[in-house]
Design a binder for this molecule. Structure first.
Ligand code: PHE
Length: 342
């Protein structure tokens, strides 16, 4: 048995040293370490070894196993490295004159709606701001007048990173940074991906898009807010849109509203799409709370402003008649590529 174990080791070493490509390692693993492999056969034979030798032989076989595993791993790492290097150094050549074989790409419906809104708002003097998906408690909550333990946080549970940072729950998280960067007066929109701890179904996603907008200047009032929202929505839906404001509570606006649009399907008569109310909830908004302006370094004696948080995902669903929110993140190209009208 001892001799047999040694022979097997020699046989393994020889085979392994002959291996040229990482893909061949698997065959060796099966031959030696597989269920019906050479080592397993040795283990079965161990039964027949006289009791006083069992311990020694058993130990030898164990050492052999360890040797095989470690050598295979080392060889695999070595080969993979060489293969990667070869791939990097290989001089591939392309014939750029060949026609494209694949289908032309298409824009995601959210991108389409986002771009359309960006065009509309830039034509009204707003500029587009970018903001990160990772932020912190201050920007996402504190600076928006949502102190720790405020019940408004319950609706915005999110994903916390081990660094203490978090994934932003709404685009409002950028308000403070933008106020500090530009001061007043300012008109900006900032689209972005948001995250919340949600149970996913046809209407809820843990990852969705919003477009925030704010306008701060002297003498800004609710009528300015209504005007901009109505103009924007009429452009998006290519028809005159009726809007109404209902009171809505958000700690960072005072007064705060839910902006509804008259149902586009029944023109306000009531139908299943608007749950027979004639109206669809579309965009929370309001006059920026003085505390939020102060956090942003804005003189509240001189300036007022409005902010809105348009649900881009919601808008895309309405515009394109998408009934299930999960379509947006599923990556099904057949479903996502049908909205390119440009
Ligand atoms: N950030 C709020 C939300 O996501 C929406 C909002 C934005 C409300 C701006 C008022 C003003 O729920």
């Amino acid at each position: 048995m001892i001799a047999k174990t040694q022979q097997l080791k020699a046989a393994f070493d020889e085979k392994l040293s002959a291996v040229q490509a990482s893909a061949e390692i698997d065959a060796i693993r099966i031959e030696f370490m597989g269920k019906k492999g050479a080592v397993a056969a040795l283990m079965t034979e161990l039964k027949n070894v006289p009791n006083e030798q069992k311990k020694e032989v058993g130990q030898l076989i164990n050492e052999l196993k360890q040797h095989i595993e470690a050598s295979m791993q080392a060889k695999l790492a070595e080969l993979k490295k060489a293969e990667e290097e070869a791939l990097i150094n290989a001089t591939e050549s392309y014939d750029e004159s060949l026609p494209m074989l694949t289908q032309e790409g298409s824009y995601h419906p959210i991108t389409l709606v986002q771009r359309e809104l960006e065009d509309i708002f830039t034509s009204m003097g707003f500029h587009i701001e970018d903001y990160s998906e990772i932020t912190d408690d201050f920007n996402c909550f504190e600076a928006l007048n949502i102190p720790k333990h405020h019940p408004a946080r319950d609706m915005q549970d999110t994903y916390y990173l081990s660094s203490g940072q978090l994934l932003k729950t709404h685009t409002s998280a950028a308000q403070n940074t933008i106020m500090k960067k530009y001061g007043a007066p300012v008109r900006a929109i900032f689209p972005g991906r948001c995250f919340r701890n949600e149970k996913i179904d046809a209407c809820h996603e843990n990852t969705f898009f919003q477009m925030e907008g704010l306008m701060i200047d002297e003498g800004i009032s609710i009528s300015n807010l209504i005007y901009f929202m109505k103009t924007m929505l009429s452009e998006v839906f290519k028809r005159d849109i009726k809007v109404r404001l209902r009171p809505g509570f958000f700690p960072f606006v005072e007064p705060g509203f839910e902006l509804d649009i008259q149902c586009l399907i029944c023109n306000g008569d009531g139908c299943p799409s608007c749950k027979n109310s004639g109206w669809l909830e579309l965009c929370p908004c309001g006059m920026i709370h003085p505390n939020v302006l102060k956090y942003g370094g804005i003189d509240t004696e001189k300036y007022t402003g409005f902010a809105f948080g348009l649900g881009l995902t919601r808008l895309a669903m309405m515009k394109y008649g998408i009934k299930d929110i999960r379509v947006f993140n599923e990556g099904n190209l057949k479903a996502l590529s049908q909205f390119n009208d440009k």
